[in-house]
Design a protein around this ligand. Sequence first.
Ligand SMILES: C[S@@+](CC[C@H](N)C(=O)[O-])C[C@H]1O[C@@H](n2cnc3c(N)ncnc32)[C@H](O)[C@@H]1O
Length: 156
Amino acid sequence: MRVHICAVGRLKPGPERDLIQDYLTRFDRSGRALGLGPVQMHEVEDRKGGGMATEAALLSRSLPKGALTVMLDERGKTLSSPQFSDHLAGWRDAGRGDVAFVIGGADGIAPDLRAQADFKLSFGAMVWPHMLVRVMLSEQLYRAASILAGSPYHRA
Ligand SMILES: C[S@@+](CC[C@H](N)C(=O)[O-])C[C@H]1O[C@@H](n2cnc3c(N)ncnc32)[C@H](O)[C@@H]1O
């Protein structure tokens, strides 16, 4: 199952980008034997300042056809890391070819696009900066692959 991260904004070179790259490389490596990955980052940028609606159109266009869509949203469902790994494995076992995680910009994800989510995933009730959400999601993907592989990275 291919994994996509569809996010608003281009990440400049720096520690967040390095961290994301590191986790996603590890995810690809651990996921290969599990039928998970590769992961691809789709960054969309609204250069004309059209706001949430324009961002939603760009995000929609970046979604692979037929992908199971997971919107990152603080009002969504919180999962433990093992529960998240179970969800990933379940989508893979159901034969989904692509799963796309969508992260909004400073104003969030437009309601029309949010309504199209197959699943809304929350990293807690607090609102996090979208760049940090990318780091957190990348780490949780790697953690999920480690849990499914039975590796000792996850020790809770
Ligand atoms: C700065 S937040 C936008 C907050 C915006 N006020 C809203 O109401 O959605 C940018 C993006 O990060 C993601 N995000 C922020 N906090 C989150 C959380 N606790 N759980 C999941 N995703 C979150 C969402 O995709 C959100 O669209």
